[in-house]
Design a protein around this ligand. Sequence first.
Ligand SMILES: NC(=O)C1=CN([C@@H]2O[C@H](COP(=O)(O)OP(=O)(O)OC[C@H]3O[C@@H](n4cnc5c(N)ncnc54)[C@H](O)[C@@H]3O)[C@@H](O)[C@H]2O)C=CC1
Ligand SMILES: O=C([O-])CC(=O)C(=O)O
Length: 328
Amino acid sequence: MSKTPVRVAVTGAAGQIGYALLFRIASGEMLGKDQPVILQLLEIPDEKAQNALKGVMMELQDCAFPLLAGMEAHSDPMTAFKDAQYVLLVGARPRGPGMERADLLAANAQIFTAQGKALNAVADRNVKVLVVGNPANTNAYIAMKSAPDLPAKNFTAMLRLDHNRAASQIAEKTGKPVSAIEKLAVWGNHSPTMYADYRFATIDGQSVKDMINDEEWNRNTFLPTVGKRGAAIIEARGLSSAASAANAAIDHMRDWALGTNGKWVTMGIPSKGWYGIPEGVMFGFPVTCENGEYTVVEGLPIDEFSQQCINKTLDELKGEEDGVKHLL
Ligand SMILES: NC(=O)C1=CN([C@@H]2O[C@H](COP(=O)(O)OP(=O)(O)OC[C@H]3O[C@@H](n4cnc5c(N)ncnc54)[C@H](O)[C@@H]3O)[C@@H](O)[C@H]2O)C=CC1
Ligand SMILES: O=C([O-])CC(=O)C(=O)O
């Protein structure tokens, strides 16, 4: 018997990540090839954006996806999130000319406060939320704080793009397939301060750190390459990463929903005090997923350099959170 369709809400649905994301969700790449989906798509109440959304929906229709059981266009989160079981918050206010970081945080705080409240009011009580829109960790923190009736653990931020970028750099350096890399971790904020950590990583059971054996490369090539990859893509493409961001969002949600079979992945999640990260901080941690729940990989030794890196990304995140606290 075929499965009951699940409701997936996506914001910023007519944007560039939306365009790379929706077709893959509708084809079953996120929740499984046997799981029908109903897409509940949110765009701003602006004629151009709503028209663009209609165009995307026409294309979705023209794909005749067998798993696409319905789709709706919305301009209000209160209707877009109704009974939603999976929510991808992609739409966010981009930084405009002359805009300071504080202005960007404030503009996004407004969006994510309203969307958090709407989720609190109308979403499924077990909704799984992924925030992609930047600053992703802080936006996820705001949405979580604005939805006190939903479990805090159901709000997550996307660190998976950083994780995938780190894995690909390691694959290139070692000459091994990316699929062979296990036990990679990315700590902290989705920003250049993130700390991609391959100290525990293995390839075919062999230590990646020993295989690379080049601490200078780790500190001066690997970490800056992964941290500044978003900026490098903007520089090259004139636009920020979209297909790779959508791919990471699919990976994050698929692994959370369907499990990782023991494999480590990175998710931005509200800390419960793990590794000394204060409770509630939306922080990238290594996790495994099973039965729709994530579990942090605990007990990893943190050496002095790693602690410095973790402190740096934590300080940045705490600064962002302090910058929006008065708005919550
Ligand atoms: N966490 C991560 O790893 C990554 C995050 N991003 C971020 O994802 C976000 C989206 O990127 P793109 O799709 O390239 O941007 P885009 O500008 O092409 O599309 C964003 C869309 O969101 C819509 N939007 C804005 N405010 C909204 C609201 N309140 N409700 C619903 N829709 C709204 C806009 O109308 C626009 O269509 C950006 O904030 C970007 O910085 C991008 C790459 C990676
Ligand atoms: O850097 C940006 O603006 C987009 C982004 O988050 C990334 O590519 O990691």
